[in-house]
Design a protein around this ligand. Structure first.
Ligand SMILES: *Cc1c(COP(=O)(O)O)cnc(C)c1O
Ligand SMILES: [Zn+2]
Length: 413
């Protein structure tokens, strides 16, 4: 289509052709896809986008593929919910939930990035896809990869929640459970990626994969009626999603889809793994790696690859960051379910709890438009709520037994 110029080093600016590579040979900086925005501006319009199917490929001019989309034709375009009930509880005027608890096929925002990664893997001619994952990426590569006909090698920390392991195994990938944390798994995968010609979606395909996260930002703008919000709150693991949400806003401005961006970007992390939030709160550019210890396992990356860039975006836009305890995460998961009927995974609890803190502290203004990115489904992390919900009423199969309960319910007992 002639919209992609190549890969470009984020540090030194050196340019590379479109290949399955991810680091600059000269300065070891990360590579990023570079587009020809002048040519895209001539080719894209709100009308053209609106006529397309309701999936993430409706923004295809700004996604790094050469031919037609091959994976994820049912992924993306999730609801943007106006959260009236939650807004009332938090004391804000206009609040939205970007609801990625319902992305096809595996119910987290990872289905977006994997759609682009596997389409690109097909274009590059790979027959095997692989990933290092904290859980959600494993599900998505397993599922999208099954349908697209790839051989799959999926690497996870052996300590993952049992339900997350089953939810990968059902697609019958080669699931490798590593005795170590995510950062250990990732290090091992970098070694393997050097040796085998596989498409590691978050290693050698990372520059393309990461672009998929922009679609959540494009959708937010379109669903707000082609407007940007004043505030957007984004959970951080590696920090990639946050940087790409911001990139999506800038690109829509660059190609003339919107005029101005006044958005502040806010980062959310769990206290038990908050290298990015800590740096932002301390006002330093140095991301100090940590050993993760939190129930928010999908965000548990102690040495975040894009942490520096995420902190820069927060600083540049005038946003802020917060970290929240495991108890605050659980309380927020329950609050979201109770007020808006949305069952988010622990990462969603992190994002909402952090947003709540920043509203209470005045960092997020109550009279502004705020979007909270909820990135994964609660059915994936039910263990986190064990012992933290109410119990059922146990009764005999008789009307009398039921009515005993009913009278207690009516009395508010
Ligand atoms: C992977 C993930 C994120 C964020 O990931 P980044 O590495 O920061 O891009 C957020 N929420 C969920 C549920 C995830 O699985
Ligand atoms: Zn470089």
């Amino acid at each position: 289509m002639g919209h992609i110029k190549g890969l470009k080093c984020r540090e030194c600016g050196r340019e590379y052709p479109i290949e399955p590579i991810y680091v600059c040979e000269f300065c070891f900086g990360p590579l990023e896809v570079a587009y020809d925005y002048t040519s895209i501006a001539k080719d894209i319009s709100r009308k053209k986008i609106e006529k397309r199917e309701k999936n993430l490929w409706r923004y295809r001019e700004l996604l790094p593929i050469d031919g037609d989309p091959q994976v994820g034709l049912d992924s993306g375009f999730t609801p943007l919910l106006r959260a009236h009930n939650l807004a009332k509880v938090l004391g804000v005027d206009e609040l939205y939930i970007k609801d990625d608890t319902v992305v096809h096929p595996t119910l987290s925002f990872k289905d977006r990035v994997v759609s682009i990664a596997l389409t690109k893997a097909k274009e590059f001619g790979f027959d095997t896809v692989a990933c290092a994952s904290t859980g959600n990426l494993a599900h998505s590569v397993s599922a999208h990869g099954a349908r697209a006909g790839f051989k799959r090698f999926i690497f996870i920390p052996a300590s993952l929640e049992a339900s997350k392991i089953v939810a990968s195994l059902v697609y019958e990938p080669n699931l490798i459970a590593v005795d170590g944390n995510y950062d250990d798994v990732n290090r091992l995968c970098s070694e393997i990626a050097n040796k085998y010609r596989w498409a590691f979606v978050n290693i050698n395909i990372r520059p393309f994969y990461a672009e998929g996260s922009k679609t959540i930002g494009f959708e937010i703008i379109e669903q707000l009626g082609w407007k940007v919000p004043d505030n957007v709150v984004v959970p951080c693991a590696s920090g990639s999603l946050l940087t790409k949400v911001w990139k999506s806003f800038k690109e829509f401005r660059e190609v003339g889809i919107i005029r101005e961006i006044g958005t502040k970007v806010y980062a959310a992390q769990a206290t038990g793994c908050s290298p990015i939030a800590s740096a932002i709160k301390k006002g330093t550019d140095v991301i100090r790696p940590v050993k993760p210890n939190t129930i928010a396992k999908s965000l548990a990356i102690g040495n975040p690859a894009d942490g520096f860039y995420a902190a820069q975006v927060v600083k540049e836009t005038g946003g802020y960051a917060e970290d929240v305890s495991d108890q605050e995460i659980i309380d927020a998961m329950k609050l979201l379910a109770r007020t808006e009927g949305v069952f988010a995974e622990t990462a969603g609890g992190v994002t909402l709890a952090a947003a709540k803190k920043m509203i209470e502290s005045g960092k997020i203004k109550r009279d502004e438009v705020t979007v909270i990115c909820i990135t994964g489904n609660g059915l994936k992390t039910q263990e986190a709520l064990q012992g933290h919900t109410l119990s059922p009423y146990y009764i005999k199969p008789s009307l009398a037994s039921f009515e005993e309960v009913l009278s207690n319910v009516n009395k508010g007992v």
